[in-house]
Design a protein around this ligand. Structure first.
Ligand code: HEC
Length: 233
């Protein structure tokens, strides 16, 4: 007759990582159980373990407290690397404001059309919670006004790609900026810059803080408004 035991242990590290392992204890104190009862106890232990690791997984997936985004990359000096159009043009397209030069004394601040995209994981989170998660990335691709006549009538029709701007919510990288949003510009004419330093708070962030809802101009993006309205329903 042996009195060695097999127990389930776990270690929690500072970054939240949980590691489970089995350990044998020699000469542990012995509780005698009927075969049936011990099966129930082991099943309950395993069930609890699965439930716990499952809920930890769900929280990590939702991006809570992840700090930062895997969607964008930075140089060691903190410059954002220009995102690939092949990637962001497949994101969730949320709307197109247009501020044409000919309605802005010939010189709009952000010329022409602004096609705005949101990274899909953050959009899914927004749909679920109505909130922008840590790591949200919004891309604003500037497009010139091309033709002003089409068979459908007179209007503004998209011409060529002319610029790229990005905003990102990152509680770690922009811990000191209002709302923790950082703003980047890769230029308003091609060729675009390959990397961009974050713009100064007064150049971009302040206007978003003062005039938008939670720093995002959702009032101009019907897709975001619908997602927020649907959240939690
Ligand atoms: C004077 C106010 C103002 C300033 C300054 C400003 N923006 Fe914006 N921004 C807007 C408005 C209004 C919109 C939405 C309508 C539009 O695009 O015309 C917008 C939209 C955006 C979007 C799309 C996502 C969103 O938050 O709605 C990005 C990205 C963006 N701006 C980046 C920048 C960057 C980068 C700078 C600084 C170089 C900047 N903005 C400066 C007013 C401003």
């Amino acid at each position: 007759m042996t009195d060695d035991c097999l127990v389930i242990c776990y270690k929690q590290f500072a970054d939240g990582l949980l590691v489970f392992y089995l350990q044998t204890i020699k000469g542990g104190r012995m509780y005698s159980m009927s075969k049936r009862k011990s099966t129930v106890v082991i099943a309950a232990l395993l069930g609890g373990l699965l439930w716990y690791s499952g809920s930890v997984g769900v929280i990590a997936q939702a991006g809570e407290g992840n700090g930062g985004s895997k969607t964008v990359e930075y140089t060691p000096e903190g410059k954002m690397k220009r995102l690939s159009p092949a990637a962001y043009r497949k994101w969730v397209y949320v709307g197109t404001p247009v501020t044409p030069n000919d309605m802005n004394d010939g010189k709009a601040n952000f010329p022409e059309f602004h096609n705005v995209y949101m990274d899909p994981e953050s959009f899914a989170y927004l749909e679920k919670t109505g909130k922008y998660r840590d790591g949200t990335v919004l891309v604003k691709e500037l497009v010139s006004v091309g033709q002003k006549e089409a068979s459908s009538g007179a209007g503004y029709f998209q011409g060529e790609f002319i610029g790229l701007e990005v905003s990102v919510l990152d509680t770690k990288r922009f811990s000191k900026d209002p709302g923790h949003w950082g703003y980047f510009s890769f230029g308003h004419s091609y060729p675009l810059k390959d990397v961009s330093l974050p713009n100064k708070v007064d150049e971009c962030n302040r206007c978003h803080e003062a005039n938008a809802t939670d720093f995002v101009f959702s009032k101009h993006y019907p897709v975001i408004r619908a997602a927020i309205a649907a959240a939690g329903k």
